[in-house]
Design a protein around this ligand. Structure first.
Ligand code: ATP
Length: 257
């Protein structure tokens, strides 16, 4: 469904990404993990069509991505909510953009808020909601556009650990229910292993895919504390090893810069 072919992105004489290759299948949950500054956000901006690659190709259903589109919804780290609108109003905003008739909007928006567990909070404004709730609204609004792909740029990074874990579970549930394709960016190894069917580990300076790791944690419903399982520890270690040298290298380069 999505194909990145030798994608390179320069900013002046600085090469942020150099020859990134990645495939994402329809309905797949792919996590991109990498050290700080390796080009994760740059990659997401390219997928969103907010910027163009210097060379290489980004394909969606075999056609080049050449601008933003409603087929790709984005959820950023900072909740890009409209502060003057209620939770319901923010989700309705997404429905307005796709031309859902006014009569249907409220009911549909309620359904999306229900999907992210926010029934009862429809009339609250963003400042009356916790960080986790705001991010739930942001997810509901992205889903309201009915995108094929959800692009998520460290959406849970600003949340406390417990809220983050419960939102990770919510997201997996939403993914299972909606069948969306998800490209999720994080610098957290645990988050990558917990969420991803496939984890792409990026190198730093320039960013490229060092390895993709297929994750199979078995049947989630059967394991009570998945993060403590042997399989989880195995994948965690594998990705830690891949990242470890990269983080050290990135820090050396940071100092030298
Ligand atoms: N518009 C720009 N102009 C110049 N350099 C840029 C620009 N955008 C990003 N960069 C540089 O490209 C590199 C990759 O940045 P990017 O934000 O994609 O990294 P990241 O992996 O998302 O980092 P973090 O995890 O810290 O958010 C960085 O070194 C950054 O300084």
């Amino acid at each position: 469904m999505i194909g990145l072919r030798a994608v390179t992105k320069d900013f002046g004489d600085f090469t942020a990404l150099a020859g990134v290759d990645l495939d994402v299948a329809a309905g797949e949950f792919v996590v991109i993990v990498g050290p700080s500054g390796c080009g994760k956000s740059t990659l997401l901006d390219l997928l969103a069509g907010l910027t163009a690659p210097t060379s290489g190709q980004l394909l969606l259903h075999g056609k080049p991505i050449n601008g933003p589109g409603l087929d790709r919804g984005i959820v950023f780290q900072q909740y890009a909510l409209l502060p003057w609108r209620t939770a319901l109003g923010n989700v309705e905003f997404g429905l307005e953009a796709t031309g859902v008739p006014r009569r249907e909007r409220t009911e549909r928006a309620r359904e999306f808020l229900d999907l992210v567990g926010l029934t009862g909070f429809e009339q609250r404004h963003p400042h009356e909601l916790s960080g986790g709730m705001r991010q739930r609204v942001a997810i509901a609004r992205s889903l309201a556009y009915d995108p094929e792909v959800l692009l998520m740029d460290e959406p849970f990074a600003a949340l406390d650990a417990q809220t983050r874990e419960s939102l990770q579970d919510e997201l997996l549930r939403i993914w299972e229910r909606t069948g969306k394709t998800i490209v999720f960016i994080t610098h957290g190894i645990d988050e990558a292993v917990y969420l991803g069917q496939k984890v792409a580990v990026l190198t730093s300076r320039p960013g490229r895919v060092k390895r993709t790791v297929q994750i199979d944690l078995g049947n989630r419903a059967e394991v009570r504390d998945l993060r403590s399982s042997e399989k989880f520890a195995h994948y965690r270690h594998e990705i830690w090893e891949l990242l470890h040298d990269e983080v050290a290298r990135a820090q050396r380069l940071e100092v030298a810069r």
